[in-house]
Design a protein around this ligand. Structure first.
Ligand SMILES: [Zn+2]
Length: 311
């Protein structure tokens, strides 16, 4: 076991540096429209940026099987908080791409990794605190803030459908992580805002908003299978996309939906158009990204951005 651990440590030390380096450092960091939808030039990156904070992403190098007899070891299986975690191959081995829940307290987190049958180990990473800003929104339709009994019944049913979509796990050896921005437009509300609607505290903002006129096309950021679509009380017309291994994205408040559940689509496929259905203050795309059933900051899948305005 000692020998095994020393090999793991050596392995981690050997490629700690390149893995934690920002994958975008070679490309010029730009403000907002660095990676536009099809028709304009874009440079996909192949890994999300690591940000070890609540709502962020940990990119964790995984040890490969130390057994020299095993020529091509199977992909490691990693779990975090009991949820299976996405793993992706890199020239040096494998990386776990771990979603960190927004309610995580600062401190050490543990990833359970099965490197080979019967060989498991824990890898830790440290999460820092992050203070997200407060946002106060005024919604004209008070029912969208204080739903009536009938609405609550609907919301409860919808929550199950939403949860099922976000918890989706599909085996896929190579998950496409090279995202493009799903709509043209400026980033408005960033991820994580602590929200008050008409003065009342509500759930924090679990996605990234892109402000765009009604009718602006919304693109799949990478290859996907459409999990489900629907019209939801808060989210309006919504599309859920499965990119494999628990990487699920959602597109809300759409004016219309142009894809069917079960359809296989490629990067740049139009899934619908920007609208203001559901609980909104104006036309925009709410873009959500889920990893290991945890909502993470979608901006980490795009080049570094600076929100230009707050709604
Ligand atoms: Zn939003």
């Amino acid at each position: 076991m000692n020998k095994f651990f020393s090999m793991v440590l050596l392995h981690m030390l050997l490629w700690h540096t390149p893995i934690f380096a920002d994958p975008n450092t070679s490309s010029k960091p730009t403000a907002m429209d660095a990676r536009e939808p099809p028709g304009t030039s874009f440079q996909p990156t192949h890994l999300p940026r690591a940000e070890l904070v609540p709502g962020g992403i940990a990119v964790v190098p995984l040890p490969v099987s130390p057994d020299p007899e095993v020529k091509k070891p199977a992909p490691p299986i990693a779990h975090y908080n009991g949820q299976r975690v996405l793993v992706t191959p890199v020239p040096q081995g494998w990386l776990a791409i771990v979603g960190i829940p927004l309610d995580t307290l600062p401190g050490e987190q543990t990833l359970q990794v099965q490197v080979a049958p019967g060989q498991s180990l824990n890898i830790t990473f440290v999460v820092s605190g992050k203070e997200y800003a407060v946002q106060r929104l005024t919604i004209k339709d008070q029912r969208k803030v204080e739903p009536n009994a009938g609405d609550l019944k609907r919301i409860e049913q919808e929550a199950q459908k939403i949860h099922a979509a976000l918890a989706q796990w599909s085996e896929q050896p190579h998950v496409p992580l090279d995202f493009i921005k799903p709509a043209k437009g400026e980033y408005s509300s960033p991820f994580g805002l602590r929200r008050f609607f008409n003065g009342q505290p509500r759930n924090p903002h679990s996605g990234l908003d892109i402000a765009a006129p009604k009718g602006t096309p919304v693109y799949s950021p990478t290859d996907a299978t459409v999990i489900s679509v629907g019209d939801f009380f808060f989210n309006g017309n919504t599309v859920f996309l499965d990119h494999g291994q628990g990487l699920v994205t959602m597109y809300c408040h759409l004016d219309d939906i142009t894809v069917q559940p079960g359809t296989r689509i490629t990067r740049g496929t139009v899934v619908g158009h920007v609208g203001m259905t559901g609980r909104t203050t104006g036309p925009h795309l709410h873009w959500g990204v889920s990893l290991n059933n945890v909502r993470v900051n979608p901006a980490l899948f795009l080049p570094e951005i600076t929100p230009l305005r707050q709604k």
